[in-house]
Design a protein around this ligand. Structure first.
Ligand code: NAD
Length: 369
């Protein structure tokens, strides 16, 4: 099987994303052209299957790298300053220097954390990313946003720091728990809402329709469908990031559903909903808001909600937390001059509009409806 190769074009910071089943077994080979020094700190988590770590380590060693490991606890609560310091201290202890590398093997938590550590250790060492969750493969690993959470808010400390290479092994999805597969599908559906062109890879249909028609195979983790949706989603993200690395403009559209999502995640203390679940609720609310403002027809809002529901993702919250959701939404980084900024579907699948004039009272009524 040939690699799918996607380029993230950011001048001297450009890099490639390679996608192939079982690519972990050969990961060392992909690092050789990068001329890195031979020391790698592999950062992973206890719930990422050990076999992935073993395959990665074996291949790296075969290519002559000296591998140091740090295995953190799994879970969003560990995306914190304590984990960050563990990574940094391990690098200090093992005398890591400027041209050495940190490698993330895991989901979005591990890539955000390891990327952040790589960006600040020695003012920046090489960062390599091997995402193992669907969300990590289609979203978190690509684009260079790194972060940790602090008590005051999610992702409040972070940097823009691009990896040197991303290696995606869709085969890792096989061991992913259903809840994590579905949370990744929340972001995949978001991409489908950002694109309307019919594609050869989807036999001439739109991404949105492909997701509607191939739901059963995707949920069964059929590798044919999984490979297609990962490759296509990663292409969309790479294209947007290449045009707007630091979210000054176009990249903001990737926040479709996220204004609500971050408020929801925080209001429920990151316990009740995963990121992708919160994004799913956010996309349903964004569609309802778009319909209320006459941006889309009811049929379209219903189609979006139906698709999300068909992937067993939540479409609404219970309304007892409205006040805390709004409070958390107002604390989000996307708030500009005290105004909430929403990305809303506009006219058709594939087009969105950024709007900052929706009064809080209307958002409240929507959350309570
Ligand atoms: N940087 C970005 O642009 C960006 C974008 C979206 C989300 N994120 C961040 O990503 C994080 C969520 O990432 P996530 O959804 O990948 O969650 P996660 O990293 O917590 O992984 C989910 C769970 O699956 C386990 N796991 C990972 N790979 C596995 C595999 N192949 N088989 C079995 N278990 C596996 C993990 O150990 C963990 O328990 C959030 O912190 C979010 O803020 C970042």
């Amino acid at each position: 099987m040939k690699d799918e190769i996607i380029k993230v074009s950011l001048k001297e910071k450009s890099y490639k994303v390679f996608i192939r089943n079982k690519i972990l077994n050969d990961c060392g080979l992909y690092l050789e052209p990068l001329n890195l020094s031979k020391k790698i700190l592999l950062v992973s988590q206890n719930k990422v299957p050990k076999s992935y770590r073993d395959q990665t380590e074996k291949s790296l060693k075969k290519s002559g790298y000296k591998v140091f490991k740090i295995i953190l606890q799994s879970g969003e609560t560990y995306k914190n300053k304590e984990s960050l310091l563990k990574i940094i201290k391990s690098a200090v202890k093992n005398k890591f220097e400027r041209n050495d590398s940190f490698l993330a093997l895991g989901g979005g938590v591990i890539s955000d954390l390891t990327g952040f550590a790589a960006s600040i250790y020695y003012r920046g060492v090489n960062f390599i990313c091997l995402p193992t969750t669907l969300l990590g493969m289609v979203d978190a690993s690509i684009g260079g946003k790194t972060s940790i959470n602090i008590k005051e808010g999610k992702n409040l400390l972070g940097t823009f720091y691009q990896p040197r290479v991303i290696l995606i092994d869709p085969y890792c999805i096989k061991t992913l728990p259903e809840k994590e597969l579905l949370t990744g599908m929340g972001e995949v559906i978001k991409y489908a809402l950002l694109e309307r062109t019919a594609r050869k890879i989807f036999s001439g249909q739109s991404f949105f329709n492909y997701l509607r028609k191939n739901k059963n195979n995707i949920l069964k983790k059929s590798l044919t469908e999984i490979l297609k949706i990962i490759t296509h989603s990663a292409k969309i993200k790479a294209k947007i990031v290449s045009k707007d690395e630091k979210e000054s403009n176009l990249r903001a559209i990737l926040n479709l559903g996220h204004t609500f999502a971050h408020g929801i995640e925080q209001a429920y203390n990151y316990k009740k909903y995963t990121h992708g679940e919160a994004v799913s609720i956010g996309m349903c609310l964004a569609s309802k808001l778009a319909y209320n403002h006459g941006f889309i027809k009811k049929h379209l809002a219903d189609l979006v909600i139906e698709l999300i529901d068909s992937y067993k993702l939540p479409t609404e919250t219970e309304n007892e937390k409205t006040e805390s959701i709004i409070k958390s939404m107002l604390l989000d980084k996307k708030v500009k001059d005290g105004k909430l900024r929403f990305i809303l579907p506009y006219q058709n699948i594939g087009t969105v509009k950024i709007i900052s004039t929706i009064p809080i009272t209307e958002v409240k009524a929507l959350l309570e409806s």
